[in-house]
Design a protein around this ligand. Structure first.
Ligand SMILES: NC(=O)c1ccc[n+]([C@@H]2O[C@H](COP(=O)([O-])OP(=O)(O)OC[C@H]3O[C@@H](n4cnc5c(N)ncnc54)[C@H](O)[C@@H]3O)[C@@H](O)[C@H]2O)c1
Length: 252
């Protein structure tokens, strides 16, 4: 896919085996400039090095998406430096497998702050810039958990936050369609990354994969392929949409 002359901001893209890093890699391989924003400074440096080694063009931004002040400051600096940002991928996310009876207010807020409020802050502060350019592609990471209820990885707070991301994305799509800005979500099912890797025994993984019609967990490439398409110029008439990426485990 061609991203020549375009700049993308991908949040939560530092994690080595994560979805965001693969999205950043694909956009840079398509000729785009990628800004990788994450709270984890050490992994950020490694992510930029990896992409640069593949002859891509990547920059890092240490950013906690839950802080409105830091988001505003960081975006002002980035827009000043790169002069335009065409693509935003709201990928930063966390989960906790806590049952509804055991979720504390603190944990509820944490899950909502990273997954939903962070998506809101970054989107809200980038939209005036995209409106000015009369162009933008926003892709938000939701989850199958937001559609069919939680499961082993996410509690009810995670399901609720991801369902909220989808609703937010649709509302932004309606408000921004006349400014050349699209807003879409992807809803991955079980994807092999650090977020899931640490929580599964081999036996549990086999059992889960057996329940998926495609008989395997998804890969970061499976998700990044769909995100990259929604980030292209060619996807201009698709907005307010959600693409399921789950090997058939949830079909609606
Ligand atoms: N892996 C799956 O099975 C799966 C399924 C459905 C949806 N998702 C969603 O996809 C996205 C990526 O997940 P992943 O599996 O690659 O996770 P991951 O844990 O590998 O990566 C998440 C990244 O977000 C960063 N992050 C966390 N809090 C942050 C904050 N406050 N500000 C900025 N960055 C922050 C982390 O440092 C990390 O690099 C998440 O939104 C997740 O909810 C994942």
């Amino acid at each position: 896919m061609n991203f020549e002359g375009q700049t993308a901001l991908v949040t939560g893209a530092a994690s080595k085996r994560g979805i965001g890093r693969e999205i950043a890699r694909q956009i840079s391989q398509g000729g785009g400039t990628v800004i990788i924003a994450d709270i984890n400074q050490e992994m950020l440096e490694n992510a930029v090095k990896d992409i640069d080694q593949e002859k891509g063009s990547a920059y890092s931004a240490v950013l906690d998406v839950t802080s409105e002040e830091k988001v505003k400051q960081s975006l002002d600096e980035l827009i000043g430096k790169f002069s335009k940002i065409d693509i935003l991928v709201n990928n930063a996310g966390i989960t906790r497998p806590t049952g509804v009876l055991d979720i504390s207010e603190e944990e509820w807020d944490l899950i909502f702050d990273v997954n939903m409020k962070g998506t809101f802050f970054v989107t809200q502060h980038l939209l005036p810039h995209m409106k000015e350019n009369n162009y933008g592609r926003i892709v938000n990471l939701s989850s199958v958990s937001g559609k069919r209820g939680g499961g082993i990885f996410g509690g009810s707070h995670y399901s609720a936050a991801k369902a909220a991301v989808t609703g937010f994305s649709k509302a932004v799509a309606r408000e921004m369609a006349s400014f050349g800005i699209t807003s879409n979500t992807v809803a991955p099912g079980l994807i092999a990354t650090d977020i899931t890797g640490g929580m599964l025994t081999d036996e549990k993984k086999k059992q889960l994969e057996n329940d998926i019609p495609a008989k395997r967990a998804g890969t970061v490439e499976d998700v990044a392929n769909a995100v990259a398409f929604l980030a292209t110029k060619e996807s201009s008439y698709i907005t307010g949409e959600e693409i399921d990426i789950n090997g058939g485990s949830h079909i609606d």
